[in-house]
Design a protein around this ligand. Structure first.
Ligand code: CA
Length: 238
């Protein structure tokens, strides 16, 4: 096999980090493990590099000069081309509480500094496996619900469920992040898009429609209302 072809098949990781020494260490270790590495030292550069180099995964530092990692993540999630791009947020221990916010904003996973290379590699491999599996691309599954994204159809318990376009996007978003609680504002950001002005209570209306369509007779309510917090796709008793 020509070296060029082999290189093309190696997954490309974009390391977004402003600490040069850490970037050097990460590049060395990731390349040794068979990954290709691109670098970005700030948020703006990260967004450019994502568009140009089309990485398979982004390792995104939380604390960056100017634009924070969270804002980079938010922007990537808003763009259709990068909506499903695997993102691992890197946080310092003191920011651990914020990591949850990172997940809510759309990061797939996070790792706390200082971390071992083994822990990082395990997360990277797990995430790449998930992203590359056909089920992640063509359909989503949660409990007894299946979404076939290619043909835009939803099934629960084998029965076809008819959803409006907003309910479909809402369910798709929930199914990409099962069990995570999202505030109305986060749902507006992620499902409606930030530029569209919609009242937070609009979310309640669509949640109601989604529930009505999804929950058949004797079926468990899969949408959990978390008082003063928001909503989650969950089947825990509530
Ligand atoms: Ca940093």
């Amino acid at each position: 096999m020509a070296p060029g072809v082999a290189a093309m098949m190696k997954p490309l990781i974009l390391v977004v980090e402003d600490e040069a020494a850490l970037v050097t260490m990460l590049r060395y270790n990731l390349e040794k493990q068979g990954f290709r590495v691109e670098e970005a030292a700030d948020g703006a550069e990260a967004l450019t590099k994502v568009a140009e180099a089309r990485p398979d995964l982004v390792l995104l530092d939380w604390m960056l000069p100017q634009m924070s990692g969270i804002e980079v993540c938010r922007q990537l999630r808003r763009r259709p081309a990068t909506r499903d791009l695997p993102i691992i947020m890197v946080t310092a221990r003191s920011e651990e509480a914020d990591s949850v916010r990172g997940l809510n904003i759309g990061a797939d996973d996070y790792i706390t500094k200082p971390f071992s290379m083994e822990a990082l590699l395990a997360r990277i491999r797990a995430l790449l496996r998930r992203a590359g599996s056909p089920s992640a691309k063509g359909s989503l599954r949660f409990h007894d619900i299946t979404m076939d994204l290619a043909v835009h159809r939803v099934f629960r318990n084998g029965r076809s469920v008819h959803l409006g376009p907003t309910e479909f996007r809402l369910l798709e978003f929930f199914m990409q992040h099962p069990r995570r609680v999202f505030t109305r504002e986060e749902l507006l950001d992620s499902v409606w898009g930030r530029d569209i002005h919609v009242e937070p209570r609009t979310v309640d209306v669509h949640i109601r429609r989604l529930r009505k369509a999804l929950n058949g007779e004797n079926e468990m309510d899969v949408v959990r209302t978390v008082r003063a917090a928001g909503y989650a796709l969950d089947v825990e008793p509530h």
